[in-house]
Design a protein around this ligand. Structure first.
Ligand SMILES: C[S@@+](CC[C@H](N)C(=O)[O-])C[C@H]1O[C@@H](n2cnc3c(N)ncnc32)[C@H](O)[C@@H]1O
Length: 375
C-alpha cells in the first residue's frame, strides 16, 4: 500500500505529543483488538483512527533506513555511562511527573495474550480506573517496604504466592497497566501475580493503588539487568512472564543475559510474552541528531532510553535462552489524527516463546509384557 501521507514529526522522544491520544510510557493507542481494519483504498485513510497490517512500500522502507543512518552518530562514552548508571533515576523522575494519570485500559491484553487469563472470559467493562493513594495506604506501603522482598525465604510456605497454582510475573510493570487488568479479569483462585520494576516510584504507585491486593499480588523493586539479583520465586515455577515495552529500555549488551535469567524462572511449558518497539517505528524516525546511543538505541529528552527491535533479533535472543517459538509477529499500524489530517506509521513486535514441556518418561516396553512388571 502506498503511503498516503508522510510521517509527521513532533519533538523526538516526546510521548505526550503523539497523536491520537496515546500511552505516555509506550506510545500505544487504546483499541479493542489487533488486526481487524484494513486500508484498501488510500482515499479512505481519514475515515478511521487506525488501520491494521499496513504494508510498507520498498521506497518507504529505504527512506526510513536512510533517516536512521543519517542520525546514527553515537553520543560520547561519558554520556552513555551516565544514562546507564542513572537509568532508574530517569524513570523515577518520569513517574514522579506523570504518576499514574496515564493509566490505560488495555483490552487487547487478553485477546493477544489469552495466557494471562486462560480460564476466564473477558468482561470489557470490568477494568478499573486508577486513583491516588490516601494516607493510610501510604502508611501500609511504608510498612511493607521494610520487608526486603529478595531476602524472603523461598522455602517458606508463607512466602507470597507459595500456594498458588498459576503464577504470572510482569517485569517492568510501571504503574500496573497490565497487572491490574489481570487481577480484575483472571478470577482463578489459584492465581498469583508478581510484578517488578526498577523504578521505586512506579512500584510505590502500584502498591498504593486501591486495586492492589497483597493476597493475590506482590510488587517489588528489581533491576531486570542485574542477573545476580534474586527474584522472590523459585526457578522453574512461573507459568507466564510478561515483558511489555521494557526490554527496549535496557542497554542492548544486557538484554540477552536478562532474558536467559528470566527463562530460568519459567516452569516447563511456561511462556514468555513480549510486546515492544519494532525497527523503523515512527518513534525511531523522529529522533533528532544527538540522541543516538548506539545502533537503533536512543535516549529521549527525559533521559529514558529505547531500542527498536527486528523480529530476528528477538528470535535469536529467546532461542539462545533455550525457549521455542510460539509466535513472533510484526504489527504495522497506521495511526491517523483525523482532526489534524496527520498519519503515523507504528511498528511493534509481539512474541510468545515457550520453555519446552517435560517429556513423559520413557518406559521400557509395555507394562503388560515387560519383565519389570511381573504379575
Ligand atoms: C515504557 S515503560 C512500560 C511500563 C509498563 N510495562 C507498561 O507497559 O505500561 C518501561 C518500564 O520499564 C522499566 N524498566 C526499565 N529498565 C528496567 C530494568 N532494568 N529493570 C526493571 N524495570 C525496568 C521502567 O521503569 C518503566 O516502568
Amino acid at each position: 500500500m502506498a503511503a498516503p501521507h508522510a510521517v509527521v514529526g513532533v519533538e523526538a522522544g516526546s510521548r505526550e505529543t503523539e497523536l491520537p491520544e496515546s500511552d505516555p510510557a509506550t506510545g500505544e493507542v487504546k483499541r479493542p483488538q489487533f488486526g481487524t481494519r484494513f486500508l484498501t483504498d488510500p482515499r479512505q485513510v481519514f475515515q478511521h483512527n487506525a488501520w491494521d497490517n499496513v504494508e510498507w512500500t520498498e521506497e518507504q522502507e529505504a527512506s526510513a533506513k536512510k533517516k536512521v543512518l543519517e542520525n546514527s552518530q553515537p553520543l560520547p562514552t561519558e554520556k552513555q555511562e551516565e544514562y546507564e548508571g542513572r537509568a532508574n533515576e530517569y524513570w523515577n523522575d518520569f513517574y514522579t511527573i506523570h504518576e499514574n494519570r496515564f493509566f490505560k485500559d488495555r483490552h487487547w491484553l487478553f485477546t493477544e495474550f489469552p495466557e494471562l487469563a486462560p480460564q476466564c472470559s473477558l468482561n470489557n467493562d470490568s477494568h478499573p480506573q486508577v486513583s491516588g493513594a490516601d494516607d493510610s495506604q501510604q502508611d501500609s506501603l511504608e510498612r511493607e517496604q521494610r520487608i526486603d522482598v529478595a531476602a524472603l525465604s523461598l522455602t517458606d510456605d508463607d512466602a507470597p504466592g507459595s500456594s498458588a497454582t498459576y503464577r504470572i510475573l510482569e517485569v517492568g510493570c510501571g504503574v500496573g497497566n497490565t497487572v491490574f487488568p489481570i487481577l480484575k479479569t483472571n478470577n482463578d483462585p489459584g492465581l498469583f501475580v508478581y510484578c517488578c520494576d526498577f523504578s521505586s516510584t512506579a512500584v510505590e504507585l502500584v502498591k498504593t493503588n486501591p486495586e492492589y491486593d497483597p493476597g493475590r499480588c506482590l510488587a517489588f523493586v528489581h533491576d531486570l539487568s542485574d542477573v545476580e539479583a534474586n527474584y522472590p520465586v523459585h526457578d522453574g515455577t512461573l507459568d507466564v512472564i510478561v515483558l511489555i515495552f521494557v526490554l527496549s529500555a535496557l542497554h542492548p549488551d544486557k538484554m540477552q543475559a536478562s532474558i536467559r535469567r528470566l527463562a530460568r524462572l519459567l516452569k516447563p511449558g511456561g511462556v514468555m510474552l513480549l510486546r515492544d518497539y519494532g525497527r523503523y517505528d515512527m518513534a525511531q524516525l523522529r529522533f533528532k541528531k544527538g540522541r543516538c546511543l548506539s545502533e537503533n538505541f536512543y535516549v529521549r529528552g527525559d533521559g529514558t532510553r529505547v531500542y527498536f527491535f527486528t523480529q530476528d533479533e528477538l528470535h535469536e535472543m529467546f532461542t539462545e535462552a533455550g525457549l521455542e517459538k510460539v509466535q513472533n509477529l510484526v504489527d504495522r499500524r497506521l495511526q491517523v489524527n483525523r482532526g489534524k489530517q496527520l498519519t503515523m506509521y507504528r511498528v511493534w513486535i509481539q512474541c510468545k516463546y515457550r520453555k519446552a514441556p517435560v517429556q513423559p518418561a520413557k518406559t521400557e516396553g509395555s507394562p503388560l509384557c515387560g519383565r519389570r512388571h511381573p504379575t
